[in-house]
Design a protein around this ligand. Structure first.
Ligand code: C5P
Length: 245
C-alpha cells in the first residue's frame, strides 16, 4: 500500500522549456561552459554527470549555471551505506542543484530523502543502456518491467520525488503512481534510428512525453550535433507542440 502522496506534483508548474535537460557530457568545465554558451536560450536545464564531477570545477560550473538562471541536475548516482549517502546529500542540498540521482535499496533512498530539503531525489530504476543480457547477469528470470515498478515503489515509499526510467517503462510507472512520482527519461533517440551507441531502451522525444515522462535527458544528440543550439531548439519545438495539445 502506497502512503498518501508526499510529492504531489503540479505539471502546470513545469514550463515546457524546462522539460528538456541537456546532459553536459564533456571532459571539462570549460568545455561545458562553451557548450552552454552555444546552446544559448534553447535550453535552461542542464545535467552535470560523473565525467564532470570527476574532472574538477563541477561545483563552480554548477554555481555559474544557476547564476545564469538555469536549473541543474546533479547526476551523481550515489550508492553507499545509508549514513554516507545521508551525509553526502546534506552537503549537496545547498549546492543549488534541483535534482540528484541515488541508486539503491529502500534504506539508501530513505537516507537520501531524509536530508534532501528542496533538492529532488530521483531514484535510478534500471539503466537505459541495459538490455536482456545485462539483466540476465542480475539473476535468472529478472523482468525489466517488474524491476522498474518495484524500484519505483521503493522510491515513493522512501520519500523520493521521482525516478529515472526509460520511456518504455514510463507508462507503467505513471499508471501505478501518477503524479506522485516524477519520471525523468534518458535514452532519447530519433524514431527508427537504432542507436549505434550504448543506449538500448530508447524512445523519441514525442514518445517519451506521450508515455508519461515529465522530463527528458538528452546528451549526445545535442552535444554531437553540428549545431547544438539548433538540435536543442528542434527538441524544444517538439516539446512545445506536445504540450500545446
Ligand atoms: O548521450 P545520451 O543522450 O545517451 O545521454 C544520456 C545521459 O543520461 C547520460 O549523461 C547518462 O549518464 C544519463 N543517464 C542514462 N541512464 C540513466 C541515468 C542517466 O542514460 N538511467
Amino acid at each position: 500500500m502506497i502512503p498518501a502522496p508526499m510529492n504531489e506534483l503540479s505539471p502546470q508548474a513545469v514550463s515546457p522549456r524546462e522539460r528538456l535537460i541537456v546532459a553536459l557530457d564533456v571532459p571539462s568545465a570549460a568545455e561545458a561552459r562553451a557548450l552552454v554558451e552555444r546552446i544559448g536560450d534553447a535550453a535552461c536545464f542542464y545535467k552535470i554527470g560523473l565525467e564532470l564531477f570527476t574532472s574538477g570545477g563541477a561545483f563552480e560550473l554548477l554555481e555559474w549555471l544557476v547564476a545564469r538562471g538555469n536549473k541543474v541536475f546533479a547526476d551523481l548516482k550515489l550508492y553507499d551505506i545509508p549514513e554516507t549517502v545521508r551525509r553526502a546529500v546534506a552537503n549537496l542540498r545547498a549546492s543549488g542543484a534541483s535534482f540528484l540521482t541515488v541508486h539503491g535499496q529502500r534504506s539508501v533512498l530513505e537516507a537520501a530523502a531524509l536530508e534532501k530539503g528542496a533538492l529532488k531525489i530521483l531514484a535510478v530504476t534500471v539503466l537505459t543502456s541495459f538490455d536482456k543480457s545485462d539483466l540476465a547477469e542480475m539473476g535468472p528470470g529478472v523482468d525489466v518491467g517488474a524491476l522498474v515498478l518495484g524500484r519505483a515503489r521503493h522510491a515513493l515509499e522512501a520519500g523520493c520525488d521521482g525516478v529515472i526510467s526509460s520511456g518504455l517503462e514510463a507508462p507503467a510507472i505513471k499508471a501505478e503512481f501518477g503524479r506522485r512520482l516524477l519520471v525523468v527519461t534518458p535514452g532519447i533517440r530519433a524514431a527508427g534510428n537504432r542507436p549505434a551507441d550504448d543506449q538500448k531502451r530508447t524512445v523519441d522525444v514525442a514518445q517519451a512525453f506521450a508515455n508519461g515522462a515529465d522530463y527528458i535527458v538528452v546528451g549526445r544528440p545535442v552535444r554531437d550535433a553540428a549545431d547544438p543550439r539548433a538540435a536543442a531548439a528542434a527538441i524544444q519545438a517538439t516539446i512545445g507542440s506536445v504540450f500545446a495539445r
